[in-house]
Design a protein around this ligand. Structure first.
Ligand code: AMP
Length: 399
C-alpha cells in the first residue's frame, strides 16, 4: 500500500509518499510560501529534483499540486490518486482527548478546533492540511498522528503544575509533551537493536535539535518528558529559553515595559543558544564561535550540556535506573563532541561511551556507542517521524 504523510505548517506543507510494501519513500517534497506567492520542491530517489514557482493561495492549492505532481506522467510516481491507500497527518497537539493515532472523524476535527487556544501556532495549519485532504481526496482515509499522544500515560503528579488547580480545570494547563512521535520511534528502535522487548527496558530518549526534549520511557510507557504545556519548557533550545524561574518573566516585563506578547517573543525567538551566545541559533555556528574563543558561545554550549545532564539524571532517579540513553535529531545525531561532553563523567550511573566509535560511526546509521564496560547502552538513532506516522496509518487502515 502507498501512504502519503503530510506535515502542514502555516505557510508550508511537507509530504512524503511511502511504498509500505518496500518500506521506502518514493517521492517527497515541500510546498512553501503558501498564501504569499508559492514554490514547490519535488524529489524522487535517483532522479533530478523538480523546483518551481507556482501560485499557492491556500493549503487546498498545495494538496492539489502535490497530487498533480505525484500523478504527473513525467514527474510522478503513481498513475492515479486512488493508489494512495491513506494519508497520515502530523498533528502536534491532540489535547487530552486524542490520545492515540486514529482515522479522523468530524468530531475529532471539531475537537482540534476547540483546543486551538492552547495550540495557537501549530493547530490551525494542521487543521487546514487535514481539511484540504478531506475535501480533495474524498474517500481516502485521513489519519491523525499526534505528537502529544505518546504522553497520554504520564501520571497526574508529573503532568500537573503546582499552581491553583482551577487553572487546570479552566484552561487545561498541564504538561502535554511534544516530539512524541520521534521519542516513540527511537525508543522502539533501541529495543529492536538490543533484541529486547520495550516492556522490559528503561529508556531515556534525548531529541536535541533546534527544538529539544528528553523523555523517560519505563517498560514501554512514557512516564515523564521535559516539554510541557508548550514546546517551550525544558532544555535551552535554538531560540527558546526552556525552563527558568517563572518570576523572571514579570520582572523583565515590568522593567522593560513590554507586553505578554513581546515577552513571549523574547522567550521563544530571542533566547536559548541565540540569546546567550549572541551568535546564532544554529549549534554548528555556536561551536565554531566557541572554538574561535567567543566566551558567550562557550557558555551557551556548556548550558545545553548542563541542562541535558540534569534532566537525564532526574529521569534515572524517577525510573530507578536506566538501560539505554538515545541521542537523536539534528544535534543529537550529528554532534559527536556534544554527545561526548553530555555522557562524560557519568560512569557512576554506568554510562560510558567508546569515543572511537562515537567519532567514527557513520552519520545516519543507528549505532550503539557504549564502551565494553558500560552498564548502560548509549545509542545514536536517526529519528524518522514520517515513517512512524506511515506505520501508524497503515496499521489503522488495515485494522
Ligand atoms: P533539527 O531541528 O533536528 O533539524 O536540528 C537542527 C540543529 O542541528 C541545528 O542547531 C544544527 O546546527 C544542528 N546540526 C545539524 N547538523 C549538525 C552537525 N553536523 N554538527 C552539529 N550540529 C548539527
Amino acid at each position: 500500500m502507498k501512504i502519503l504523510v503530510v506535515n502542514a505548517g502555516s505557510s508550508s506543507l511537507k509530504y512524503q509518499l511511502f511504498d509500505m510494501d518496500k518500506g521506502e519513500v518514493i517521492a517527497k517534497g515541500n510546498c512553501e510560501r503558501i498564501g504569499v506567492d508559492g514554490a514547490v520542491t519535488h524529489k524522487r530517489p535517483g532522479k533530478e529534483d523538480y523546483r518551481a514557482s507556482v501560485a499557492l493561495a491556500s493549503h487546498d492549492d498545495a494538496i492539489a499540486l502535490v497530487l498533480k505532481l505525484l500523478t504527473d506522467p513525467e514527474l510522478g510516481v503513481i498513475a492515479d490518486m486512488s493508489e494512495i491507500g491513506a494519508v497520515g497527518h502530523r498533528v502536534a497537539h491532540g489535547g487530552e482527548k486524542l490520545r492515540k493515532s486514529g482515522i479522523l472523524k468530524d468530531e475529532d476535527i471539531e475537537y482540534l478546533y476547540s483546543i486551538v487556544n492552547i495550540n495557537p501556532l501549530h493547530g490551525p495549519p494542521a487543521i487546514k492540511g487535514i481539511e484540504a485532504c478531506r475535501r480533495i481526496m474524498k474517500d481516502i482515509p485521513q489519519v491523525g498522528v499526534f505528537d502529544t499522544s505518546f504522553y497520554g500515560q504520564i501520571p497526574d503528579y508529573a503532568y500537573t503544575y503546582p499552581i491553583p488547580y482551577e487553572y487546570y480545570e479552566k484552561y487545561r494547563i498541564r504538561r502535554y509533551g511534544f516530539h512524541g512521535t520521534s521519542h516513540r520511534y527511537v525508543s522502539g528502535k533501541a529495543a529492536e537493536m538490543l533484541g529486547r522487548d520495550l516492556s522490559e527496558l528503561k529508556i531515556i530518549t534525548c531529541h536535541i535539535g533546534n527544538g529539544s526534549s528528553i523523555s523517560a520511557i519505563k517498560n514501554g510507557v512514557c512516564i515523564d518528558t521535559s516539554m510541557g504545556f508548550t514546546p517551550q519548557e525544558g532544555l535551552p533550545m535554538g531560540t527558546r529559553s526552556g525552563s527558568l524561574d517563572p518570576s523572571v518573566i514579570p520582572f523583565i516585563m515590568q522593567n522593560e515595559g513590554i507586553s505578554a506578547k513581546e515577552m513571549d517573543d523574547v522567550l521563544n525567538r530571542k533566547s536559548g543558544l541565540l540569546g546567550v551566545s549572541g551568535v546564532s541559533s544554529d549549534c554548528r555556528e555556536v561551536i565554531d564561535a566557541a572554538n574561535a574563543g567567543n566566551d558567550r558561545a562557550r557558555l551557551a554550549l556548556d548550558m545545553l550540556i548542563h541542562y541535558t545532564k540534569k534532566i537525564i539524571g532526574s529521569y534515572v532517579a524517577e525510573m530507578n535506573g536506566v538501560d539505554v540513553i538515545v541521542f537523536t535529531a539534528g544535534i543529537g545525531e550529528n554532534d559527536r563532541w556534544l554527545r561526548e561532553r553530555i555522557t562524560a563523567d557519568m560512569d557512576a550511573l554506568g554510562v560510558k561511551i567508546d569515543c572511537e566509535i562515537n567519532n567514527t560511526c557513520p552519520r545516519g546509521q543507528a549505532t550503539d556507542l557504549s564502551a565494553p564496560d558500560a552498564r548502560v547502552h548509549t545509542m545514536v538513532i536517526p529519528t524518522d517521524e514520517e515513517y512512524m506516522i506511515a506505520l501508524d496509518t497503515l496499521s489503522l487502515v488495515n485494522a
